[in-house]
Structures are given as C-alpha cells and as structure tokens.
Design a protein around this ligand. Structure first.
Ligand SMILES: Nc1ncnc2c1ncn2[C@@H]1O[C@H](COP(=O)(O)OP(=O)(O)OP(=O)(O)O)[C@@H](O)[C@H]1O
Length: 281
C-alpha cells in the first residue's frame, strides 16, 4: 500500500547515495527528489555513472551507502511485486524473447497486476492495443518481437512499460535506436503519461526540450542539478564534455538550445579546457 501523505508530494527521494565497485568510487553523494509527473534527465559524459545510478534506483545493484525512498518506503523493503507495481524499467540491452510476438511481449507488463491463475481479459487486450497504438506499433502486434528493428524493439519495450502502469518509469537511453521523429514522439509520449520519469539521455537538446529537471553527472558526482536553464550553461558544458558550444533560447520553448562548434576540442585539451573556444569573438 502506498503511503497517502507522501503520495501527494514526493515520489522518490535519493539521499547521499554512493556506490563502490572493485574498490573504486563510481557514484558519490547523490541527492535528489522527484515529484508526481516530473521528468528528470540524467546527463553526463561516457562513464559518468548514469547507468550505475539508474541501476541503484531499479534495485539491480545495491548502493554502498545512502537511501532511496519510494512513496516514503525504502526500496529494499518492498516485495518484487510491489516494486513492479510502482516502477517500470526500459533498458537498452534486454534478454532475448525469441518466441514472443510484439503483443505478447507487451502483455508481460500486466504481470505485476495479475495473480498466478488469472487469464487475459478483454480489458487487458484493450490496454495492450492502446499501448501499441501509442508507440506506433499497431501493425507489428502479431510479428515476432525478435524480428523488429532496433527502434521498433525499443518502442515495444516502452509499450510494455506503459501496460505495467507504473508510478515511476526509469529508462536508460530510450532514444538510442530511434530516428529523430520517434525520439521526439517517444519523449513527448513519456511526458503525456502523467507519471514520474527518470531517463538517462545523451542528447542535451532533447533533454533541454523535454525534461523538467536535469542532473549532470561527471565522474560519479553531481556537478549540477536544476532546470535545463540552470544546468545547461556554455561554461559547464565546455568543462564537463570538453566541447565548445553556444547556448541560446530555443525559438519555440525558450529552454537552452545548444549549437556545437567543431575543431576546438583538441584546443581545449591542450589548454586544459580553459579557453572560450574563440567563438564569441
Ligand atoms: N559492475 C561494475 N564493476 C566495475 N566497474 C563498473 C561496473 N559498472 C560500471 N562500472 C564503471 O563505472 C563507471 C560508470 O559506468 P556507467 O555505465 O554507469 O556510466 P554511463 O554514464 O552510463 O556511461 P555511458 O554514457 O558510456 O553509457 C565506468 O567507468 C564503468 O566502467
């Protein structure tokens, strides 16, 4: 049972989270909160710790210290079924599902809501059909999941997560295999679900356009956390990613729009990242 008093305000609270592997500190001192319907983007360079942070959140790895509270409950205290009712996860690398059709794969999302002897009802089929339509895969419902393209598989996994009806959706690089139309469509769909979403994302412009909050990681530490306007400054992007860029308000939504400059990354490296790339002159 979800604690009512907490439900109205805070979905997730991460407090002083750290994780060590092979005696190396991969994540340290991470704090953040997420409220209902908010979308948090985890950004940062390769190896920054984005996937590791998500793995802690969906209980794949156990933090070395700190707490993760979901609707007021420490996540380790929840049964697998209760956790699955609250949290759905969409990962880049998923196990093979050789014999399943796309619709059967999506139907797996119903599992936390079913008893061992429950049968699939007309209402269940409606939920599955609706989720397939939302991700643009109605025409692939009967096709073998393994025969879908990379982007179609990704959308099928998102449909499975929608069917699971979670309170919190965690995604690791959901736009990786998608063409630009589906990148935008899927992120807009995630926003429209009115659930809290945490997603790692490499494309800073997409993150800026669609996330309420961004958490910028570098070497396992939170470098900045706040709105896209607060986090995505030229100086910070230059320092963390080692690139030169210009940040301007996007003509439609006014959040930061980043234009990258080419031929400066080696200059930054030689100068210890201290130059301003010369593009302002
Ligand atoms: N199980 C593990 N054992 C040891 N080191 C690990 C383990 N998992 C991750 N790491 C290390 O932790 C660091 C962060 O990895 P992680 O995959 O979280 O980064 P990331 O930000 O998601 O990177 P990318 O953008 O490249 O996907 C890397 O240096 C990685 O090698």
């Amino acid at each position: 049972m979800i604690k009512q008093s907490v439900q109205e305000t805070e979905i997730l609270k991460v407090d002083n989270l750290s994780w060590h592997a092979d005696e190396r500190e991969i994540l340290s001192g991470i704090h953040f909160c997420l409220t209902k319907g908010e979308m948090l983007g985890i950004i940062g360079p390769n190896g920054a710790g984005k996937s590791s942070l998500l793995r802690c959140l969906y209980r794949y790895i156990k933090p070395s210290s700190g707490t993760i509270t979901l609707f007021g409950d420490e996540i380790t205290t929840l049964s697998a079924k209760e956790f699955a009712k609250r949290v759905a996860v969409v990962l880049q690398d998923t196990p093979h599902h050789f014999d399943l059709t796309t619709a059967q794969l999506v139907a797996i999302g119903l599992t936390p809501h079913k008893g061992p002897f429950d049968i699939t009802t007309a209402k269940d089929r409606e939920i599955i059909t609706d989720a397939l339509a939302k991700v643009g895969l109605t025409h692939k419902a009967g096709q073998t999941y393994e025969h879908l393209s990379g982007g179609e598989k990704q959308r099928a996994l998102i449909a499975r997560a929608i069917v699971q009806r979670p309170k919190l959706l965690i995604l690791d690089e959901p736009t990786n295999h998608l063409d630009i139309r589906y990148q935008i469509q899927i992120l807009e769909l995630l926003r429209s679900l009115n659930i809290s979403v945490i997603t790692s994302i490499h494309d800073l412009n997409l993150a800026s356009a669609l996330c309420d909050q961004l958490l910028l990681l570098d070497a396992g530490k939170c470098i900045s956390h706040g709105t896209p306007v607060e986090v995505l400054t030229e100086q910070r992007i230059g320092d963390v990613f080692g690139v030169c860029c210009k940040v301007e308000p996007h003509p439609q939504h006014a959040n930061p729009q980043i234009s990258y400059f080419y031929g400066y990354s080696s200059i930054r490296e030689k100068q210890g990242g201290q130059d301003d790339c010369g593009h302002k002159a």
